[in-house]
Design a protein around this ligand. Sequence first.
Ligand code: GLU
Length: 371
Amino acid sequence: MTPTPTSGQRLVVKIGSALVVDTDEAGPRTQWLAGMAADVASLRSRGVGVIVVSSGAIALARRSLGLNQPRLRLEEQQAAAAVGQIRLAQAWSEALSAQNLTAAQLLLTLDDTEDRRRYLNARATLNTLLGLGCIPVINENDTVATTEIRFGDNDRLAARVAEMTQADQLILLSDIDGLYTADPRRDRTAAHIPVVQRITPEIEAMGGEPPPGYSSGGMRTKLVAARIATQAGCAMAIAYGHTDRPLSALEKGARCTWFLASPEGRSARKRWIAGSLAPLGALVVDSGAARALAAGRSLLPAGVRAVEGTFQRGDPVVVRALGGKALARGLSAYASADAERIAGHRSDEIEAILGWRGRDEIIHRDDLVLL
Ligand code: GLU
C-alpha cells in the first residue's frame, strides 16, 4: 500500500518558490498559503506532526531590490534572501495563525545537519517545537551559507530534515505530479511512474539534466532527496502543488510518485552509530540501567556510576556494565564534565546541578545501539 499524508506520524512538506511567491506581484500568494495552512491544520488535528520547508526568500525580494537578471551572484542571492526571508516568515506566520497555529522559523545550513552537535540541537529544537504544537517553517540559512556549506536547493534540505526528525513521509510539492520515464514536456511517450520501490540507475537516469537558469531544483535534486529520505526510512512523494489544497488532494488520491522507504532505512543511522564512529569515552552503568537499556529504553543519568574519557555533547561513547562488559554505543547528550556531575542523579535534579536544564536522558534511545 502506498502512503498518504495521514498514514504517518510525522510529515515534512517541501514547498518551492513558485508556489509561495507571485513573481508578477513580487508578493506572497496569500490564497494558496491559506489553503496550505488549512491542510496543515487538518493534519495536525489528526495527530500528524507537520514540518514545512519553504523556499521563496530570494524570489520575494529580488524584484523590489532591482535584481532582475536571470542569474544572481551568490552574494546577491544572499542579500535578496536576507530581505525576503522576513517577508516569507511573515507570510507563513499569518497564514498559519489564521488556523490558530504558531509558526516557528528555523534557518539551517548543511553543517547543521552534518555536525553531530548541531544536529542534536536542531533535532531537539524541532522535536520540542512539534511537542508544543508549533509548525516549524524551515529554509536554508542563505545569508551565511558559503558555497561549501550550502545545500543550494531545498529538496535536499527537506530530505535531511526528514532524516533528522525521523519523519515517516516527505512530500515535495512541485510543478509536476511525479516522476516520468522522460520529460513529459518534451516527450509525448513519457509515462508516469506511480511507485518507486528502489532507486536504481534506471530511475536515476530519468532525472535528466538540471533545468537552466536560476531555478535550483529540477528532477535531479528530487531524486537525490529521494535517496536520502528513503535510506533514512522515510517515504517520499513528488506531487503537484499548484492546487488550492495540495495535501488534501493527495489524500483524495491525486496522482503523484511515491518512493517507498527502504526497509533497512531506520537501521542505517543505528549502524552508523554502532560501526563507524570511534567511541571517545565510556559511561559505566548499574544493573538497573543495563536492564532498562535491554528493554529498549533510554539511558538516564540516575543509572550512570562512572564517566570515562573526555567527550563533548553529541560525541559517540560506549556504555559498559559495572563488570566491564560493553552493552551499547550511543551519542551522549552531555559533555563528559557535565555527565560526571549529573551521574547518579535523577533527571529532575539536572537543572539544579548544572544551572541549566538539559535533556532528561544522557543517551536517548534513538541515539543508542545495543551491542
Ligand atoms: N533558499 C532559497 C530561497 O528561499 C531557495 C532554494 C530552493 O528553492 O531550492 O529563496
